[in-house]
Design a protein around this ligand. Structure first.
Ligand code: ADP
Ligand code: NI
Length: 216
């Protein structure tokens, strides 16, 4: 099995699957996360190839993109890897990473492998900062949520079902998830990168309320 070839084929597969996804899981999200995962993996001494493969495939199994839910999505990834002759150990590692890394209200146990920590950090870095702000408003628009409503308060604690089902606003999403991510980073490399991105969101919110109040 040729690793470079596998990366190329996974890239083509994911690109064709997610090219027209406008809800925050588009191909460019995958491209950014994969690049970031490679960078963090190099800094942290993780297996770069595993991180790259898991980053490329991490959203193919997303429950929002699969009719049969997350289970069916994971099976698709597994089948794809088998057809492309990935070895069993590699398949198990990749499936373990992508089945445990999603936020879903913050209710997941910690990642068990260094490679999982790296890919989860890369995905989380793409949810904060300037890109994170853009994705949040794109997601809210796609789901018919308001940018802000002072009468709808952010939820403190929620189950995975509530996190998905109950209506919220784009601004509330900062409090329900995005501002928590800085402290949830696994690796030192990602913790350091998260600082400036976090500060940008704090500054953005401050300016947002300032303008909301009609200040000049
Ligand atoms: P996760 O799988 O980590 O729970 P998603 O894959 O659902 O997150 O999120 C895709 C993008 O949309 C991310 O940038 C995320 O922060 C954003 N997003 C998720 N839920 C909401 C929401 N309720 N309102 C606004 N943005 C959201
Ligand atoms: Ni993602």
């Amino acid at each position: 099995m040729d690793k470079n070839r596998l990366i190329e084929e996974a890239t083509a597969f994911v690109r064709s699957e997610l090219e027209n996804e406008a809800s925050g899981h588009d191909w460019w999200h995958i491209a950014r996360v994969t690049k970031m995962a490679k960078h963090i993996a190099e800094q942290e001494g993780a297996d770069v190839f595993i991180c790259e493969m898991a980053a490329l495939l991490h959203d193919i199994a997303d429950e929002k993109l699969n009719e049969g839910g997350e289970e069916a999505g994971l099976k698709r990834v597994k089948d794809w890897l088998e057809v492309h002759q990935a070895d069993n150990e590699m398949i198990n590692t990749i499936i373990e990473i992508i089945s445990t890394m999603s936020f879903k209200g913050g209710n997941h146990p910690p990642m068990t492998t260094l490679e999982g920590k790296v890919v989860q950090d890369a995905d989380r870095l793409d949810a904060i900062g300037a890109i994170g702000i853009a994705r949040t408003f794109a997601y809210a628009g796609a789901h018919g949520d308001l940018i802000y409503d002072p009468a709808i308060h952010p939820r403190e604690k929620m189950t995975k079902e509530e996190y998905r089902a109950v209506k919220t606003t784009a601004v509330n999403h900062f409090y329900e998830k995005l501002l928590k991510l800085k402290n949830l980073m696994n690796t030192d490399t990602a913790k350091e990168m998260a600082e400036a991105r976090h500060q940008l969101m704090e500054d953005f919110l401050q300016k947002f309320y300032h303008e909301w109040e009609g200040n000049l």
